[in-house]
Design a protein around this ligand. Structure first.
Ligand SMILES: [Zn+2]
Length: 394
């Protein structure tokens, strides 16, 4: 599909300085970029949603390439678990706002560009106003409410949404919301049930993966600005890092899409957390009706010598990281066929990393006729915070 460069601003009339000509010389000597293309980059305004794993290569490459105005939206602060993949940040940045730390790093790479930081959550109230100032939005988020919100705001404003997502060893990238092309809702009309799709915090991600997918997003962004090549419009690129294989799915615009179809039924931004059935950034554990025990209560009962069976429903490789004393391991997935190993006459406390999987285990065991069973609230993370800080969090 040809690029409509008309949706992007015309190149500035100004010329590059002598220093800029030197800086961008490897662009300028390619006819596909040249002086005209470099000026298009200088005039381009790109908003990055998220300065995390995908945002790292994105920001580094867009800044280095000379994208004239970069917006960085991220409400979060740098955490030590980010450093394994979010290569914008240094160890000294831990605890600092991501948007600020990223802006400093990018300004160091290219002091000639303008960088705007937004230390806020993207919401239905602020999205349209924020997006309006930019030509291209790049979605580097990791949760469904924000993805639907970014999509809908882009379609409403007619701005391309350069999309990427990652999980464990697999990544996806495409361009949504381009005039005539499909949108995220054409691919996913409905959000997945809450809790069905684990986040990177739950499922893990190999650190290089966001580096690759975020670089693909950076490349697509620059191609859109320059109006060259064949963009990922209507094509979903699937990357399998273990097999080192790229595949492609053709995405069609869905005529019945409520957002970009022939008869649009969504004309304004909605409550996306409600739409996705969750509240808050991380889907909370659905513990309604599930009996819980706090880390302090469990510690007190174990110290008293109460007869408690501590059931660890994590995976064996997690037990190598840390465990509670005298925990018996039955991974959640094995529970149905190993339920006979449990004694329903004894009191059972199930735990996992965060309390989510063990809540599922408690629910399953209740249905299987266990009545004296509790979920350790907040899992091993809460145990580390509230009872024993020597237990590492992961
Ligand atoms: Zn659509």
């Amino acid at each position: 599909m040809p690029i409509q460069t008309s949706t992007l601003p015309a190149a500035a009339a100004r010329a590059l300085s002598k220093e800029e000509i030197q800086r961008y010389s490897r662009h300028l000597i390619m006819p596909e970029v040249g002086m005209e293309g470099q000026l298009k980059l200088a005039r381009a305004k790109v908003l990055m949603i998220g300065a995390g794993g995908l945002g790292a290569p994105l920001g580094l490459y867009l800044a280095a390439a000379g994208v004239g105005r970069l917006g960085i939206l991220d409400f979060d602060t740098v955490d030590s678990t980010n450093l394994q993949r979010q290569v914008t940040f240094s160890t000294a940045d831990v605890g600092r706002p991501k948007a600020v730390a990223a802006a400093e790093r990018l300004a160091g790479i290219n002091p000639t560009i303008r960088i705007d930081t937004y230390r806020t959550r993207l919401t239905s109230e602020n999205a349209l106003e924020l997006f309006r100032d930019y030509d291209i939005i790049v979605d580097g988020t990791d949760n469904f409410p924000t993805r639907f919100l970014v999509n809908d705001a882009c379609v409403l404003l007619g701005k391309p949404n350069v999309y990427g997502s990652i999980f464990r060893f697999e990544g996806q990238a495409t361009v949504f919301g381009y005039p005539g092309g499909p949108c995220y809702r054409c691919l996913y009309p409905e959000p997945p049930p809450p809790g069905l799709v684990p986040s990177c915090a739950e499922g893990g991600v190999l650190g290089v993966l966001p580096g690759i997918v975020g670089s693909i997003q950076a490349m697509e962004t620059i191609k859109l600005i320059l109006g060259i090549g064949e963009p990922l419009i209507g094509r979903l690129l699937l990357f399998d890092a273990l097999a080192m294989r790229f595949r492609e799915l053709r995405l069609r615009k869905n005529p019945a899409c409520p957002m970009c179809g022939d008869h649009r039924t969504i004309n304004q931004l909605i409550d996306y957390e409600e739409f996705c059935g969750i509240r808050g950034e991380e889907a909370p554990v659905m513990t309604t009706g599930i009996p819980e025990i706090t880390p302090h209560e469990l510690k007190a009962r174990l110290d008293r010598g109460d007869d408690l069976f501590v059931l660890d429903v994590r995976e064996p490789h997690e037990v190598q990281i840390c465990k509670l004393k005298d925990g018996h391991l039955i991974p959640l997935g094995d529970l149905p066929r190993r339920v006979s190993e449990l004694d329903s006459s004894r009191e059972i406390v199930a735990y996992c990393r965060s309390g989510r999987r063990s809540a599922d285990a408690v629910q399953f065991l209740q249905q299987a006729g266990f009545h004296k069973i509790w979920n350790l609230k907040g899992g091993i993370l809460a145990w580390s915070d509230e009872v024993d800080p020597s237990v590492p969090k992961y």
